[in-house]
Design a protein around this ligand. Structure first.
Ligand SMILES: [Zn+2]
Length: 301
């Protein structure tokens, strides 16, 4: 998601949250009332799993004895370079892998510095296909692609890559650290937020099935692509359940509106989900979310 609005909305929250987290290698001082532009945080209960935040985007990386597994090199070459330098402050071991969570450019366009340092890039096969088609100049094309499952093993760490179907794109990889019981899933299981605008590139119906598959995976901690309320960096299975609840209710209410002949415009104005009004971006993006499900229930796409 490209969402400067969300970043603005969350700006004030970051400072408070950042102050309560163990920051590693972040700028020593940050302006009063505004969050540092980026920060690296060790995930609680681990000694080698980190979250890198740049603005409102999150990536996970793991330092092993034989090198680093990084994910999502953020949106621009400039931010990718910051990410690389943040990893370098923690270890001088080689960065062996960069794994893309999905093909959306706001999460992956800063990879060049990692490629120049010799990392191998891995993504789902549909992501590789899509990126080869677009040939966006700043995006490193994956060296390797994954179908439904693959394990990355490095220096005593196993990172499982799972494809659980189509959702916010047709190419998201869910990453699980079985020993650490951590899951990394970007954009399609948001923390405390409705979906982005009119859910471009999405697959309603299939999305909910993927959430149920994720519920069956074993993990305690979830890292998403963007922080939640108060700048929180991690969630749990409860957050997966909450997203499933939101989509299920959004779908049911929009279906009713479609059956009453209200799609698209009237449904977008009228459908309200008061149970979820505390979610980030509810006011601005709920109508877009309704629009997407109007397409699903009213037009069959
Ligand atoms: Zn995305």
């Amino acid at each position: 998601m490209l969402n400067s609005v969300r970043q603005l909305l969350r700006g004030a929250a970051f400072a408070a949250a950042a102050a309560s987290l163990a920051l590693v290698g972040s700028p020593a001082a940050f302006a009063q009332g505004s969050p540092p532009p980026f920060a690296t945080t060790k995930v609680q209960g681990t000694d080698n799993v980190y979250i890198f935040r740049y603005g409102g985007h999150l990536s996970m990386f793991i330092v092993t004895r034989d090198g680093v597994i990084a994910t999502d090199p953020v949106s621009l070459q400039r931010s990718g370079k910051v990410y690389f330098e943040e990893i370098r402050k923690i270890t001088d071991k080689p960065i062996r892998y960069v794994i893309y969570s999905h093909s959306h450019l706001d999460h992956i366009a800063g990879g060049k510095v990692f490629k120049d340092a010799g990392a191998r890039f891995v993504a789902h096969q549909n992501a590789k296909r899509q990126l080869e088609k677009i040939k966006y100049p700043d995006v490193v094309i994956p060296d390797e692609s994954v179908g439904n499952r693959r394990d990355i093993r490095l220096g005593g760490t196993t990172l499982e890559l799972h494809y659980v179907g189509r959702n916010h794109s047709d190419n998201a990889l869910v990453m699980r650290l079985p020993k650490e019981r951590i899951l990394f899933a970007v954009d399609w299981i948001p923390l405390d937020a409705v979906m982005f605008r009119n859910m471009p590139d999405s697959y309603p119906g299939e999305w909910e099935e993927g959430l149920k598959r994720v519920m069956k995976l074993d993990f305690d901690t979830m890292i998403a692509g963007h922080p939640g309320k108060g700048g929180r960096l991690t969630g749990t299975k409860k957050d997966v359940e909450a997203v499933l609840g939101y989509l299920t209710d959004l779908s049911a209410e929009t279906k009713k509106a479609a059956e009453a002949g209200k799609c698209f415009d009237n449904a977008m104005k009228e459908v309200r989900l008061p149970k979820y009004e505390g979610l980030n971006n509810y006011g601005i993006w709920l109508p877009g979310n309704v629009e997407r499900y109007c397409g699903y229930w009213g037009r069959g796409f």
